[in-house]
Design a protein around this ligand. Structure first.
Ligand code: IPM
Ligand code: MG
Length: 355
């Protein structure tokens, strides 16, 4: 197969972890006979520094002309503590999601047997957790208008808006995913307080009869925040709006003890985007110590979701599991054993794929 992949390494450790994913993707291409081409673009703080724009048109053209985007991370401390900064790296991310039509963010949480003891939760609660969030990504309070301040600057407001159509397309993805998994769908909302949430609940209730094999549960977001740490095994597929999804997926990403390893996919149009859940970890940038496995597993999701190549995807997750089992890992999970460099882990994975 011919594959055109856009690479957006971004800031901090982004370039280092993306470099390892490229080694792995190339190894898979060589093994299975795929022709893979990469085009690189700027995004985030490095794009602001170079062009003044966190998501330059040139980058958008590269992404829009590709089959898939592999994204590293964005963010730089010099913007975090300046609420008055006019341009921010995060604006680039939001604009990219909107312009590429990436309305669904798929964030799984699963466990690795060799890492489960690192979970902040008790072992019996977390062992075997396997859930996935479908977070709406291009609507809600992130994009709603009006937003801003009154004339005196003493009042601020944001608007949460959802159309039925936006809810339907996200919910259908959730139903379809549930059909392929354990057939349980949880609609997360705040329907006891918010009008948007009542539209979510009503819309999901209308769709449910089309998916008779899927059991649907409706749960308030505060209760989900609680049950996610009490008994995460209660969940299979969860669907929710943009802001609730932002918050809950951070919570979910740490319960397995493997936040540095969790991948994600953003879907919705022809071009699909894949990125690790972790951030740009500026303290580690350039040191060759960052854990590349979240990005490598995002590349695995890419083979599956963007190209329908599940054998290739599985080979990548298998070699990642092997690296964990054999202790070929970076310092964050080495635990007194040898700590491998970011680049060494990438080399090892690529070599295993070709062996
Ligand atoms: C995420 C991030 C972004 C979001 C930020 C960086 C704008 O937290 O991808 O979850 O809030 O969507
Ligand atoms: Mg977030």
């Amino acid at each position: 197969m011919e594959m055109h992949i856009a690479l957006l390494p971004g800031d901090g450790i982004g370039p280092e972890v993306i470099a390892q994913a490229v080694k792995v993707v190339n190894a898979v291409g060589q093994k299975f006979g795929h022709t893979i081409t990469f085009k690189e673009g700027l995004v985030g703080a490095c794009a602001i520094d170079a062009t003044g724009d966190p998501y330059p048109d040139a980058t958008h053209e590269i992404c829009a002309g590709s089959d898939a985007v592999l994204f590293g991370a964005i963010g730089d401390p010099k913007y975090d503590n300046d609420p008055k900064a006019k341009v921010r790296p995060e604006q680039g991310l939001l604009r990219m999601r909107q312009k590429l039509g990436l309305f669904a963010n798929v964030r799984p949480t699963f466990t690795f047997p060799s890492l489960v003891h690192k979970s902040p939760l008790k072992l019996d609660r977390v062992d075997g957790v396997d859930l996935v969030f479908f977070r709406e990504l291009t609507g809600g309070v992130y994009f709603g208008e009006p937003r801003g301040r009154n004339e005196q600057g003493t009042k601020a407001f944001d608007t949460n808006v959802y159309s039925k159509e936006e809810i339907v397309r996200l919910a259908r993805m959730g139903f379809e995913a549930a059909q392929k998994r354990r057939k349980l769908l949880t609609c997360v909302d705040k329907a006891n307080v918010m009008a948007t949430s009542r539209l979510w609940r009503e819309t999901v209730q209308e769709l449910a009869p089309e998916y008779p094999d899927v059991k649907v549960e409706y749960e308030f977001v505060d209760a989900v925040a609680m049950r996610l740490i009490q008994w995460p095994k209660a969940y299979d597929v969860l669907i929710t709006e943009n802001l609730f999804g932002d918050i809950l997926t951070d919570e979910a990403s740490v319960i397995s003890g493997s936040m540095g390893l969790m991948p994600s996919a953003s879907l919705g149009s022809k071009v699909k985007l894949f990125e690790p859940i972790h951030g740009s970890y500026p303290q580690a940038a350039g040191k060759d110590i960052a854990n590349p496995l979240g990005t490598v597993l995002s590349a695995s999701m890419m083979f599956d979701y963007a190209f329908g190549l599940s054998e290739e995807a599985k080979l990548i997750s298998d070699v990642v599991n092997l690296s964990l089992a054999e202790g070929v890992v970076t310092e964050d999970i080495a635990e007194g054993g040898k700590a491998y460099k970011t680049s060494e882990v990438g080399d090892w994975l690529a070599a295993k794929i070709l062996s």
